[in-house]
Design a protein around this ligand. Structure first.
Ligand SMILES: Nc1nc2c(c(=O)[nH]1)N[C@H]1C(S)=C(S)[C@@H](COP(=O)(O)OP(=O)(O)OC[C@H]3O[C@@H](n4cnc5c(N)ncnc54)[C@H](O)[C@@H]3O)O[C@H]1N2
Ligand code: MOO
Length: 405
């Protein structure tokens, strides 16, 4: 079979036509999962001054040998520092996070001091610098701590706040219109005729869009009529979708009407058919700034294509630095035959081997209609095009399927 585009080339051609969407200001409370359009710099030092890491007494180490008696002359609490100076033979009560008063250079922890009125006796010698967090220990004003292209996680939001930012600049969230096609499809819960099936793909695609930071727009199910498919495609453009995903009707059958409908609505097709399994009859094209992805109807094919092509496209539009799906090293759990010209993404079980390396065992049946085996799968085992026969234990690569995938 000729004319099948290799997977990396197909992905590169899709990505080449996309650029990050314009940035908008997003308040931190809404910024989880958004991608930074510009690096975030520290607007302040953290901590802003030398601070105590413990509850105890700020002392001069030279005066605080074991058994030494010191007079407590004040108190420094977090948010309420002691303005005075610690002179020879003096100490200040201090609490965790409080500024170390001038003159002090050590913290005698509470457990190592006996207090009697205004006098403490050191049970242990204090050591200079001990239990003191120096100003700027975590970060200093002007430092770039979160780079452009980073997708913000929970921990990053805390850091952004600590840097002093109430909001960030992030690319607008990509809008993805999703259109299922086929006379046989009914929505879950609706009556299903004997020759009908329940439309399932859009639920996964929509979830992938959300997980990758986009906004799904469900265009429902269009029957196998050119005008109906065209009208739904036209709606995607009217809604200014950044990406239009069609499901089904991508192959060569008499009822595979998506390609002509896309072209009739002004989409210029770039390619159709990829050297991969599942997902061969996938098409990609553009109309203006909108990417059109025509995914095959088989459920597994549409979902695997979304992981390999739609997710990177969403990442590019979001300005993400990491675009390609990460392929991890693993070992084969069983012998595999020689592969043909289609790169294989096989549903597989995953175990951790004795040496700590994951072992991926492909399920025996890989029919692209079998959603149950996709749900069972713990990874996709990648077999490159024309891979020679391989033995159990040989090195391979896997695409992990972490939650929410
Ligand atoms: N003569 C050939 N036939 C086929 C070829 C080929 O090269 N030559 N390719 C096969 C491959 S590979 C695939 S993949 C499928 C893809 O075909 P289509 O994209 O045209 O998909 P449909 O025919 O519309 O549907 C296939 C299958 O999937 C079901 N489906 C469709 N949409 C949904 C949905 N939203 N939710 C759940 N299931 C859906 C549909 O009912 C069919 O059973 O073509 C092969 N044929
Ligand atoms: O490419 Mo199809 O997805 O093999 O079944």
């Amino acid at each position: 079979m000729s004319g099948l585009l290799p997977v990396p080339e197909a992905r590169a051609r899709i990505l080449a036509g996309l650029a990050p969407l314009p940035a908008e200001r997003v308040v931190l409370a809404e910024a989880l999962g958004r991608t930074l359009a510009a690096p975030l710099h520290a607007l302040r030092d953290q901590p802003p001054c030398d601070c105590s890491a413990m509850d105890g007494y700020a002392v001069r180490a030279a005066d605080a040998a074991g058994g030494a008696r010191l007079r407590v002359v004040g108190e420094s609490a977090a948010g309420k520092s002691f303005g005075g100076l610690i002179g020879p033979g003096e100490a200040a009560r201090i609490f965790t996070g409080a500024p170390v008063p001038q003159g002090a250079d050590a913290i005698l922890i509470q457990e190592d001091a006996d207090r009697d009125g205004d006098v403490i006796t050191a049970r242990e010698a204090a050591q200079a610098g001990r239990h003191i967090r120096r100003a700027g220990l975590d970060f200093s004003k002007g430092e770039a701590l979160l780079e452009a292209g980073r997708r913000l996680g929970a921990r990053d939001l805390a850091l952004a706040a600590a840097l002093g930012h109430p909001a960030v600049e992030a690319a607008r969230r990509p809008r993805v219109a999703i259109l299922a096609t086929g006379d046989e499809l009914v929505a879950p819960g609706d009556p299903v005729g004997p020759d009908q099936i329940v439309a399932s793909n859009a639920f996964a695609i929509s979830a992938i869009v959300t997980a990758e930071g986009g906004v799904p727009l469900d265009l429902g199910i269009a029957p196998d009529r050119p005008q109906a498919i065209r009208a739904a495609i036209a709606r995607a453009f009217a809604e200014e979708a950044d990406i239009l995903v069609t499901l089904g009707g991508a192959s060569v059958g008499d009822h595979d009407l998506v390609q002509p409908a896309l072209e009739a609505e002004g989409v210029t097709l770039d390619f159709w058919k990829i050297a991969m399994r599942p997902g061969k009859p996938m098409m990609a094209g553009r109309r203006g700034a909108t990417l059109a992805l025509g995914l095959p109807g088989n459920p597994v094919s549409s979902i695997v294509c979304s992981l390999l092509f739609l997710a990177p496209a969403l990442r590019r539009l979001s300005g993400r630095a990491d675009l390609d799906p990460a392929l991890l090293p693993a070992r084969l759990g069983r012998d595999m035959p020689e592969n043909d010209q289609r790169e294989d993404y096989m549903r597989a079980a995953l175990e951790i081997g004795l040496d700590g390396v994951p072992v991926a065992t492909a399920f025996p049946r890989q029919d692209s209609s079998m959603l149950r085996r996709l749900s069972d799968a713990e990874c996709l085992l990648v077999r490159p095009a024309h891979a020679p026969a391989a033995k159990a234990g040989d090195a391979c690569r896997i695409l992990a399927l972490p939650h929410p995938y």
